[in-house]
Design a protein around this ligand. Structure first.
Ligand SMILES: *[C@@H]1O[C@H](CO)[C@@H](O)[C@H](O)[C@H]1NC(C)=O
Ligand SMILES: *[C@@H]1O[C@H](CO)[C@@H](O)[C@H](O)[C@H]1NC(C)=O
Ligand SMILES: *[C@@H]1O[C@H](CO)[C@@H](O)[C@H](O)[C@H]1NC(C)=O
Length: 366
């Protein structure tokens, strides 16, 4: 009983001070002036009003989108609506998202999708990996995509004590992946405690049926993980550390740190252009506004591109910035064949045609 009481007190204290602490950390990046930097040729995708936390695009132009994330402390415009996985065909003139059907037997009500990742097998089978938070727990759902009828067949649900608070994943095979834990703990109270104490205990874990191990650590809040097209390097974004970390991936799936790039934003997810190898990041120019949502003063959006990250002098470009009047709380930026898709934690999905002459993110496949 006494332990419980102490825990409760610690929790309460942590909640109070943790919020203060988060506020301080987030404010470090909050004071920047927001001069909107818009792109021409952008429009909001119809039918997405409840977040597009993550967007994954297949080489053939089919895009998977996760929507409807409910996460403690973050805004949701439809808190009672279950999450969905959407499909959009970018080969169409005006792509429209449709909901993917999920095979019978899967508990749809439990779906609370966060990061997603795709693995394409040698025989072109497409596996969709989805981080989900049923009752705010942390699981990884693995599906097989059936293109004939736009459906997903549920294969398995993965939970593990080393996967306490997964935010994002990179699929490595039909049943293995790297997972970024944004917290070391699974309990809400202990997560707040971690934030309060400013512990850099967030990590990256390698998961396979035979082996599960921590492969990197020392982050404040890992929100995104991506892999280079050749599979040799892994990129991790630390939102509260405002940094991107580059790792070398070994045959045994261990990672060794190569370099760290310090940025000026609360960065969220990472995506890698398979052709140019540029890194695209969705970020929160004002993290405070994301956490303390005010419809009259909403959080903005930002897209950052990093070119030649392995070189001595990587080029960091702020491609897009908005004060929230168009797009609120951008969480990811993904490019496909001269198109940029900017997803958000709980708002909408913006589609921009990139100007080929400026070389902005256009793929060099032609
Ligand atoms: C971030 O992007 C990667 C690569 O595009 C994807 O695998 C992942 O699921 C995304 N995660 C989140 C949290 O948006
Ligand atoms: C984590 O924080 C501790 C204490 O502040 C520090 O000594 C350590 O170097 C940090 N680890 C990383 C990987 O930044
Ligand atoms: C994994 O491989 C790397 C590079 O070959 C090596 O340095 C490291 O010790 C290996 N780690 C384990 C756990 O075997």
């Amino acid at each position: 009983m006494r332990t419980l009481l102490v825990l409760a007190m610690v929790g309460l204290l942590a909640a109070l001070i943790g919020e203060r602490y988060m506020a301080l950390r987030l404010r470090a990046c909050a004071s920047r002036e927001l001069k909107p930097k818009r792109l021409p040729n952008c429009h909001l995708i119809k039918g997405i009003e409840n977040g597009a936390e993550d967007v994954e695009i297949l080489p053939n132009g089919l895009a998977f989108i996760s929507t409807g994330l409910r996460y403690p402390g973050l805004k949701s415009f439809a808190p009672d609506k279950r999450g969905e996985l959407l499909l959009m065909d970018l080969n169409e003139e005006n792509p429209r998202p449709i909901e993917l059907r999920i095979s019978r037997g899967f508990d749809l009500a439990s779906l609370n999708p966060h990061g997603i990742s795709v693995y394409i097998d040698k025989d072109d089978t497409v596996y969709l990996f989805v981080v989900s938070h049923p009752q705010y727990k942390s699981v990884v759902e693995i599906f097989k995509f059936v293109e004939d009828d736009n459906s997903l067949v549920h294969l398995k649900t993965i939970t593990h004590e080393l996967l306490p608070s997964v935010n994002d994943i990179v699929a490595l095979s039909p049943d293995s992946f790297y997972a970024a834990n944004d917290h070391y703990f699974s309990q809400q109270i202990l997560k707040l405690l971690q934030a309060f104490l400013g512990l850099n205990w967030s990590n990256v874990v390698y998961y396979s049926p035979n082996e599960v191990k921590e492969v990197a650590g020392g982050f404040y809040f890992t929100a995104g993980i991506g892999i280079s097209p050749d599979g040799k390097h892994v990129y991790v974004s630390d939102s509260l550390g405002n940094s991107v970390h580059v790792f070398e991936k070994h045959a045994n799936f261990s990672l060794s740190p190569l370099k760290t790039l310090q940025l000026d934003s609360v960065i969220d997810n990472i995506s890698v252009d398979p052709y140019t190898e540029d890194i695209w990041i969705g970020g929160h120019p004002n993290g405070m506004k994301l956490v303390f949502y005010d419809p009259n003063n909403p959080p903005g959006s930002e897209v950052i591109r990093i070119q030649n990250i392995l070189s001595e002098k990587p080029t960091v470009t702020q491609v897009y910035i908005d004060d929230g009047s168009v797009l609120q709380g951008s969480s990811c930026a993904t490019v496909y064949d001269g198109n940029l898709f900017i997803g958000t934690v709980f708002h909408r999905l913006l589609h921009c045609k990139l100007d080929p002459s400026s070389g902005k993110g256009q793929s060099n496949q032609n």
